[in-house]
Design a protein around this ligand. Structure first.
Ligand code: 13P
Length: 245
């Protein structure tokens, strides 16, 4: 049983429309009676940030975005939205460096610039890192994580607004989670990399209301970044409850 302050971050990815917001009612109700030391954050698609923020106004649940353009000022970038605009419509957090974006060609350098720009706009960062299956098999996990941290956070001195989410590429959406001993190793490696002031470290990748019983026992973890299961309010609430059982 944990008594630690834990984060539960819902990453809705490219799912959800205005009607989907009704599913928040259950979670709002739960959050009002929830006495566990926890922070709930929803990261919906950009189209839902404003209406979701309004819906969550009188609650402690916060809203975040999933990515942004690198520039923090307006510009001729068709189809893009920057961090200031996301802040303006209610986002307080932003996911950056997600492997689904890395896969589409986002480099560590670009992620670094986006992080800097989002910090400037006053957003808190959920910085995602993680190795591919090939890298894991080649025993390169630590090297990859180290590289992603060094490059992604280059020249960022004040890291107080950064949360790190360790999301092994191969565990996202696959139903497979790392072996506990491997997860402990990676989380400790990340923590040690930051020296005396480590950030909050979350785990993400196929978190559900079954495997949470195993994941909650990894002591270095400060919370979870949840994809698929976060779209179902019952499963999301169940994950939170079981974390503290
Ligand atoms: P799943 O929980 O669906 O595996 O997604 C994890 C994720 O990518 C969260 O950012």
């Amino acid at each position: 049983m944990t008594n630690k302050y834990m984060y539960f971050i819902a990453n809705w990815k490219m799912f959800g429309d205005l009607r989907t917001l009704n599913s928040l009612d259950k979670v709002i109700k739960f959050s009002k009676i929830n006495k566990r030391k926890s922070k709930l954050i929803y990261c919906p698609p950009n189209t839902l940030i404003r209406p979701m923020s309004k819906r969550l106004q009188k609650t402690k649940i916060e809203v975040g975005a999933q990515n942004c353009h690198v520039s923090d000022s307006y510009g001729a970038f068709t189809g893009s939205v920057n961090s200031k605009m996301l802040k303006n419509v209610g986002a307080k957090y932003i996911i950056l460096g997600h492997s689904e974006n890395r896969q589409e060609g986002e480099s560590d350098k670009l992620i670094n610039l986006k992080i800097r720009s989002a910090i400037k706009s006053g957003l808190k960062i959920i910085f995602c890192i993680g190795e591919t299956l090939k890298e894991k098999r080649n025993k390169r996990t630590n090297q990859v994580l180290s590289n992603q941290i060094n490059k992604g956070l280059k020249s960022i001195r004040n890291k107080s607004d950064i949360i790190v989410a360790y999301e092994p590429f191969w565990s996202i959406g696959t139903g497979i989670i790392p072996k506990s001993k491997d997860l402990i190793k990676s989380v400790n490696f990340i923590k040690n990399k930051f020296g005396s002031k480590p950030p909050k470290i979350l785990y993400g990748g196929s978190v559900n209301n079954q495997n949470i019983s195993q994941l909650k026992n990894i002591s270095g973890i400060d919370g979870f970044l949840i994809g698929g299961a976060s779209q179902d309010p019952k499963k999301f609430i169940d994950i939170i409850k079981k974390t503290y059982n």
